[in-house]
Ligand binder design. Structure first.
Ligand code: 6GU
Length: 219
């Protein structure tokens, strides 16, 4: 899978992909993440990427030319399956949509900023708009990092078998994994539930199932 991120704040992405699962997926060649600075496609000497809104109002608006130029350059070599715009008024992101994205070969993720972007970008250059929740961030970068981590960890080979055993069967049913414990059995008087030492595999399984929480929202 190849992911091209287009952003006016590319430095934000120096951190989030160095957690061990995403990093390992990159090192294994399961995913290729490229960050593109929109400013490199800016207009004129000053590499302008934003401008005042027509009709007045406060805040700046991302211009269409730099985005078009950047997408065109990327599309010269690659056919994109999905061109996503990160925006708080997009479709609410879900585990199901993360799974859907794992089947895509090449995607672009455009991060919004400021007051917004020229509507013609959204109308003509974007195939999907995604939000990660009902609150507003200044930019789409952190939201994009959230989407990417949730997708990359699902790519076959990203998570070692051992690590996924506990959550795999639960994930299929769209439930959050039950509470888990490790040694010691008692710490400061806080005990691990007895059932987990019972050796009754069926009882343990039932208990785990009872303790796992269903996802409330699925699209
Ligand atoms: Cl994708 N972008 C911004 N700016 N804010 C958000 C968001 C995205 N998702 C939730 N809030």
């Amino acid at each position: 899978m190849r992911i091209d991120i287009v952003s006016i704040a590319p430095k934000i992405f120096q951190g989030p992909f160095y957690n061990y699962i995403v990093k390992r997926a990159i090192n294994k060649g399961l995913v290729n993440i490229n960050v593109h600075d929109l400013r490199e496609y800016g207009i004129g000497k000053r590499k302008k990427v934003d401008d005042y809104p027509y009709g007045g109002g406060s805040g700046m608006v991302i211009k269409i030319e730099p985005v078009y130029k950047c997408f065109s350059k990327l599309s010269e070599k690659i056919n994109y399956d999905e061109i996503i715009f990160m925006t708080p008024d997009g479709m609410l992101f879900s585990q199901k949509y993360a799974e859907y994205l794992t089947y895509k070969k090449n995607i672009i993720i455009l991060c919004g900023h400021y007051k917004g972007i020229d509507q013609r970008i959204r109308d003509n250059l974007i195939s999907k708009e995604i939000s990660i929740g009902n609150y507003v961030l200044s930019g789409g970068e952190l939201a994009a990092a959230v989407v990417i981590e949730s997708v990359v960890r699902l790519l076959p080979g990203a998570i070692k078998n051992k690590e996924s055993i506990i959550t795999d069967s639960f994930q299929k049913k769209y439930v959050i994994a039950p509470p888990i414990y490790t040694r010691p059995r008692i710490y400061k008087g806080w005990k691990v539930p007895k059932i987990l030492f019972s050796g009754h595999h069926k009882k343990i399984k039932n208990w785990l199932q009872k303790k796992s929480v269903p996802f409330i929202q699925q699209k």
